[in-house]
Design a protein around this ligand. Structure first.
Ligand SMILES: O=C(O)Cc1cc(O)ccc1O
Ligand SMILES: [Fe+2]
Length: 458
């Protein structure tokens, strides 16, 4: 399937389905009668009164307005949870082996049924917090659409894992048009946008849900006007309507205050013929990230790899940063090149899309994850420490064929019962990877080679 896109980040886009030329009203947003007998509907992504620089809204011209649905009724929510008190807090370093696909391929699970909450904090009611979900599914949503409702499912980042590359694509239908999300791409669906997911076999990925902030490109400061994720590499779908008023029934599922609800309606929610605005879904291919890194000495902090940030109200502190670890050159002189040992005032959830992560020799695998909570110490495992301490420091490719990512958050996240028990993937031996580290301390140590220290300490 070919999907068509416009490019840019947060632009004022405008799109008409080519089947209805002139469907976008000219010169005004809500004419007395819209072209083609369409209804005008505004979708606000920010308070009406937000400053212009942060104001987000789009105008949708649709066959029927969204309001024409039957009442919303509570439905089972499977492993989705916003109860952060299900199990006692556990500050230990945690790692999950690849989250398991269903044992029987006979059992059909769609994207909504396959959502499992792993960890999170805060809630949608106060619009402050995050949730990390893992989706594991093998069948497309049929006549069933997933709508985010008012406060929730605010932002969504989905990853496909190349453990099943030929089957791993997601075809995401939205009110704004269709996005084909391939492995190594991310897709952002913003608060309140209807979407539906088609899959092509076993599919697994990660979702970061952010309550109360939009993703932005990080400021570049002294980097200059270009670099990291460049705005032109973000892809926005073009209008593509469905007019299925004769089809029997559609159910639109809403996630509202942490719970799922469903409403029946007798027309497709993807009935938007034309739209314009700066509040849209989008996708981004991580291969387009322009990597910047140290070229002299020392290991730069991972913030240098920030793709998108959802800012808190405290300057420089993110509700969540989306950070990647892409393939790059390692050239730092007289430096321990892998990530340093550290304790962080932010929580770090990491996942692996493909390849082998530089700080762990084993068991951090594609489709798995790790969580290092606020101030929980972590860093390279013992094998990695030994290798990197003894390595000859010539220029080398780091992370070739690899894509790891981190959701770094100022929230202290709680793990759900699904994450600790039901998923049955928790790697109980994780902390053993640091046990072989021995003290190398030698109080009589003298610099052997002045060159090693470039004269600074000798
Ligand atoms: O813990 C991790 O592996 C992520 C990470 C990588 C890095 O290069 C520096 C700090 C950091 O937290
Ligand atoms: Fe870390």
């Amino acid at each position: 399937m070919t999907c068509y896109y416009m490019s840019g980040f947060g632009n004022e886009f405008a799109s008409e389905d080519p089947r209805c030329p002139g469907s976008l009203p000219k010169g005004q947003n809500n004419p007395q009668v819209c072209p083609y007998g369409l209804y005008a509907e505004q979708l606000s992504g920010s308070a009406f009164t937000c400053p212009r620089s942060s104001n987000k809204r789009s105008w949708l011209y649709r066959i029927l307005p969204s309001v024409c649905h039957k009442p919303l009724i509570s439905i089972p929510q499977g492993n989705l949870s916003h109860n952060w008190d299900e199990v006692s807090p556990d500050p230990n370093q945690m790692r999950w082996l690849p989250f398991k696909f269903s044992e029987s391929s006979e059992k059909k699970v769609d994207f909504v049924e396959g959502l499992n909450t792993l960890c999170g904090a805060g809630d949608g009611r106060t619009r402050n917090g995050i949730a990390i979900h893992i989706y594991i599914c093998n069948t497309s949503m049929k006549n069933k659409y997933y709508k985010t409702y008012y406060i929730i499912f605010h932002n969504f980042i989905g990853y496909l894992l190349p453990s099943v590359p030929q089957k791993g694509n997601l075809l995401v239908t939205t009110e704004f048009g269709k996005l084909l999300v391939e492995p190594n791409e991310i897709c952002i669906i913003q608060q309140g946008m209807h979407f539906s997911v088609e899959v092509f076999g076993e599919t697994r990925g990660y979702i970061l849900e952010v309550f109360g902030a939009h993703f932005e490109l990080p400021d570049l400061g002294p980097i200059g006007a270009n670099g990291l994720a460049n705005p032109r590499d973000f892809m926005v779908p073009v209008a593509c309507y469905e007019d299925q008023q004769f089809a029997a029934c559609f159910s639109v599922i809403s996630k509202y205050q942490g719970k799922l609800f469903s409403a029946e309606q007798d027309f497709s929610p993807f009935n938007v013929v034309a739209w314009h605005g700066n509040y849209t879904p989008y996708k981004y291919n991580l291969d387009n990230f322009m990597v910047i890194n140290g070229v002299a000495f020392d290991h730069a902090d991972p913030s240098i790899f920030t793709v998108l940030t959802a800012k808190s109200t405290s300057p420089g502190v993110a509700i969540a940063d989306f950070v990647i670890f892409p393939p790059r050159w390692g050239v730092a002189d007289h430096t321990f090149r892998p990530p340093y040992y550290h304790r962080n005032c932010m929580s770090e959830f990491m996942g692996l899309i493909k390849g082998h992560y530089e700080a762990k020799e084993e068991n951090f695998l594609p489709g798995g994850g790790s969580l290092h909570s606020i101030m929980t110490p972590h860093g390279p495992d013992a094998d990695c420490f030994k290798k990197a301490s003894e390595a000859e420091l010539k220029p080398e490719r780091i992370a070739e064929g690899m894509m790891a990512f981190m959701f770094e958050s100022s929230f202290s996240m709680a793990v759900t019962k699904w994450g600790l028990e039901t998923c049955n993937c928790l790697d109980k031996s994780y902390t053993k990877c640091w046990q072989p580290l021995k003290s190398c301390f030698n109080p009589k140590w003298k610099p052997i080679d002045k060159q090693t220290w470039y004269g600074r300490y000798c």
